[in-house]
Design a protein around this ligand. Sequence first.
Ligand code: ADP
Ligand code: MG
Length: 314
Amino acid sequence: MAFVKVDNLIKNYGSFCAVDSLSFEVEQGEIFGLLGPNGAGKSTTINIITTLDEQNSGTVTVNGCDTVKQRAEVRKIIGTVPQDIALYPFLTAIENVKFFASLYGLKGKELEESAMRALEFTGLSEHAKLKAKKMSGGMKRRLNIACGIAHHPKLIVMDEPTVGVDAQSREHILNAITLLRDKGATVIYTSHYMHEVEEICDRMAIIDHGRLVAQGTEKELVSMITDSKTITVTTRFPHGFDRDGFTEQLKLLPDVNSVRCEDNTVRLDVRLTSSDFSYIIDEIRKFSLPLNAVQSTVPDLDAVFLALTGHELR
Ligand code: ADP
Ligand code: MG
């Protein structure tokens, strides 16, 4: 059974439909990405899953509990990292984390230890006594995460946790998310950064204008739009080289759909299912051609988004 099940969710703001018949499922123990441009409906969906908002119709269950009818049960197992940073500026890092974790019933030694571990996790243990108001934007983001995870939630929901952070904080955040998953948590992660979702998410849903565009693993999504990748070999053809004969020879190789030679490059369209293409390189070597560069281009989520929606992600 799916850990989170979003079924035919609709959310209207007046006559505007922000989430339109959205359905997707998140499996236990995975990092699930909700990918879409600004205004796609990611935060609205997240706020309904985390019981901060209510839908007009449709249902969401978390670990089998309905987010409207069993709100208290759902809240107990969720850790939320909101898009807008929610911290007490005059409290220190550890005081902030302890405050949020205490709302979940943690007390005494357990509270102290869990708060310290959450700070370690986000690379902030050295700054435990620093007031939130003195922190950089990236540190505040990390503290925001520490506050959301200290009570060991089974489901962690993070809404664009890397927006506006420096590269170092971003690395800390992405590593922390992967570690949380490896320790058994289920993570829902929203972003409009395609590369982050590609980097850390096991499966994802792409949404646009409140509607589901596609869901699956990156591989599954890419295979929805194409069944091939391009291998580009840069070489130097000697004077009088028989390019036609060479092209014909390469076309005979398994999994090669087409071959084009231009200037000093050979471009092969190869089936996605073929992962080891050393036999292609071996064949080119037989013609005593130098291999100056070899590049493999697989379509990415940007290409998937463009192909399925007709416009760019950003
Ligand atoms: P995302 O998080 O993907 O950027 P949101 O869920 O925040 O998108 O917003 C989806 C759409 O709903 C946007 O067009 C936004 O302007 C609109 N919206 C969000 N919250 C409200 C609200 N409280 N009242 C009216 N419109 C809203
Ligand atoms: Mg948002």
